[in-house]
Design a binder for this molecule. Sequence first.
Ligand SMILES: [Zn+2]
Length: 228
Amino acid sequence: MFVGHYAVSLALKSVEKKASLGLLFIAVQFLDIVFFPLTLLGVEKFRLVENFTESSHFELLYMPFSHSLFAVILWTIAIFVLIRYLLVYKSGKHFKVAAVLALAVFSHWWLDLIVHTPDLPLTFADANKYGFGLWQHAFATYLLEAVLLIFGLFFYMKSTANIEPTSGVLAKYGMPIFVVLLLAINVINIFGPLSAQDTNQSMAVSALAAYFILAVIAWWVDRKRQRR
Ligand SMILES: [Zn+2]
């Protein structure tokens, strides 16, 4: 799953206004942000297979450190501890900021579970892998991610307002426009062909770049609005 994860970011932002939307965008993709560098190092493995499923060209072969349930629980705890105790969020109120960011990390695995083919292990050594395989149905995958994102947008818009009544187009329509952009990107992501130039390295680098660029845009658009 790709853009559907951002539904969780938008919804959690409406729960805890002090959590940065940019960081929430990073947090929901954190497991993939771990996965791709590990593939570049040869620690975790995927193979590009055109139309491996209707929605994806990725055959995900080995990813115990980024995508096993056990690892995900450890990452979730690590992110919570890092933000709650080691970074700037030290007051009691910021318990909730650390909690929503950790929850964002945790959510990734469960949404992946719906769409992945059985490639998600429970532990580092687990031979049994899980995934309900919605990726076999491209249109259903697209629809699920779109519906999630629209729900996320709804909660976000409900909990925020334009900074001033007369503020610019961006404050009013920035986030809906950004969601439309995400939905357009997902058309290419799900229905686009594998190009001859695509390599594991180029896919890893472009995925990582996309995660960071989208997080910066989310942060920037969110700054134009204030919390209700
Ligand atoms: Zn993932």
